[in-house]
Design a binder for this molecule. Structure first.
Ligand code: 5AD
Ligand code: SF4
Length: 446
């Protein structure tokens, strides 16, 4: 029986896809290896969002060359966004790669693996689809803590942000049948999972026709939240242009829908937002923030931001800092702009901000955000939260960590608490990244 080792890079969607790949291969008699050393195939599920993501994969391929010397049977396959972007060219550039498979072609994997082994040929399968959602595939949970799991609810993206490679690597947007999504959530709940995260590039445009009626994202969330009041529901990612009040209403109504919204801002400047093709301006964005706070005063808000996009002036950079001061994000993923092949930016704009300047702007955003996150956390001291315990703290075996509904990590002394339990924890101290708390009240084993 052939053994396959899967390595995943990039976003949550890629991690969810690797679980679909594992399922497709297991069904055809392959086993999933836990160690690279015992594998006949290594599949690398790749990311292409920024150049440094791709450089990391190239470095990994060089390391794998050494591995192949110990184990000449080992075949290397590239999956995901870099596979889609570079297609068969990747096998020319990287001689030790035997096959390349794009995100919509994973059903072909068992056949391709066999073909590569039998005929010793190289193979590329990178056709994108307008319908594939892998709706019928029950993912095999990889590296799971048995507590939280991802559920992919849609694929692709057609927003065409000027900087972004995703529409080219993941194809047209398509939604998955809600019945299969709810069934997957129910099955996870029955297996003992306590938290699901619904995934899509822009979940707010989820849309499924059920006869005459259309199921949108708020209705989908409602259905998943109804699976059990003790199953936490999260989602990512929202596009600000489509974040509706109906969704906020549903979120506010269900205690088990987590009070946390990831709302990528990208820039605080209206000119930059227009150039980025984001379809909103700073006033619209701030209105959406105000709506979130109106419906859920305790909701945490996180974001993505890009420093040094094409032609960004110092003044426009300052507007981004101002946006951060106004919103006071709980967490931010902060990036330097990286020009990506084939995007609108690459075809029509100039990457004219010098790298040192991008770095300086990025560092300014990081410093400001660090300060804000610390102040936000300091305000949590004295409050008590229900925490879903995920595991042992990385620092000490005597402590556990979990998250509150707002997705903040809380560390506390373990006593006789087990991962998977819900416990009440009072925050007593904090850093910019972590809350430190104490167990309070009676703990029910559940
Ligand atoms: N350069 C830098 N950051 C990018 N992102 C997407 N494309 C690029 C790029 N070319 C960031 C955006 C997006 C997140 C997933 O990655 O902030 O929201
Ligand atoms: Fe890129 Fe925009 Fe799609 Fe997000 S929504 S993946 S930023 S094109």
């Amino acid at each position: 029986m052939s053994k396959v080792y899967i390595e995943t890079y990039g976003c949550q969607m890629n991690f969810a896809d690797s679980e679909i790949v594992a399922s497709l291969l297991q069904k055809e008699g392959y086993t999933i290896a836990t160690e690279l050393a015992e594998a006949d195939y290594v599949l690398i599920n790749t990311c292409a969002i920024r150049d440094n993501a791709e450089q990391r994969i190239r470095k990994r391929l060089r390391e794998l060359r050494a591995q192949q010397q110990h184990n000449p049977r080992l075949r290397i396959g590239i999956l995901g966004c870099m596979a889609e972007r570079l297609q068969s060219q990747l096998m020319v550039e990287e001689e030790n790669v035997s096959f390349v498979v794009g995100p919509d072609a994973y059903r072909r994997l068992p056949e391709l693996l066999a073909q590569v082994r039998r005929q010793g040929v190289k193979a590329a399968e990178t056709e994108l689809s307008t319908t594939e959602t892998y709706a019928d595939i029950e993912p095999v949970r990889l590296n799971s803590n048995g507590i939280s799991a991802y559920i992919s609810i849609m694929r692709g993206c057609q927003n065409y942000c000027a900087y972004c490679v995703v529409p080219y690597t993941r194809g047209r947007e398509r939604s998955r049948d809600p019945e299969t999504i709810v069934a997957e959530a129910r099955s996870l709940w029955q297996q003992g999972y306590k938290e699901v995260t619904l995934l899509g590039q822009n979940v707010n445009s989820y849309r499924w026709k059920e006869g005459e009626t259309v199921v949108g994202f708020p209705e989908l969330m409602r259905r998943v939240a109804e699976v059990s009041p003790r199953l936490r529901v999260r989602f990512a990612t929202s596009h600000p242009k489509d974040l509706s009040d109906q969704l906020l209403e549903v979120m506010a109504k269900y205690d088990n829908i987590c009070k946390c919204i990831h709302l990528p801002v990208q820039s605080g400047s209206d000119r930059m937002l227009k150039l980025m093709n984001r379809h909103y301006d700073s006033a619209w964005y701030l209105d959406r923030i105000a709506a979130i706070r109106r419906y859920m005063p305790d909701c945490s808000i996180t974001t993505d931001v890009i420093a040094g996009f094409c032609s960004e002036t110092e003044e426009e950079h300052q507007m981004t800092l101002e946006m951060f001061r106004k919103v006071r994000y709980d967490y931010a993923y902060m990036f330097k702009f990286s020009m990506r092949p084939n995007t609108y930016a690459e075809k029509h704009l100039v990457d004219d901000i010098p790298d040192e300047e991008k770095t300086r702007r990025l560092e300014e955003i990081i410093a400001l955000q660090g300060q804000i996150a610390l102040e936000n956390n300091q305000r949590e001291i004295g409050k008590t939260y229900e925490v879903l315990v995920e595991g042992e703290s990385h620092r000490s075996k005597a402590q556990l960590f979990g998250r509150n509904s707002q997705n903040k990590v809380i560390v506390f002394d373990r006593h006789d608490v087990q991962p998977g339990q819900y416990v009440n924890v009072k925050v007593v101290r904090c850093t910019a990244a972590t809350l430190i708390g104490e167990l309070v009240g009676e703990q029910s084993a559940q």
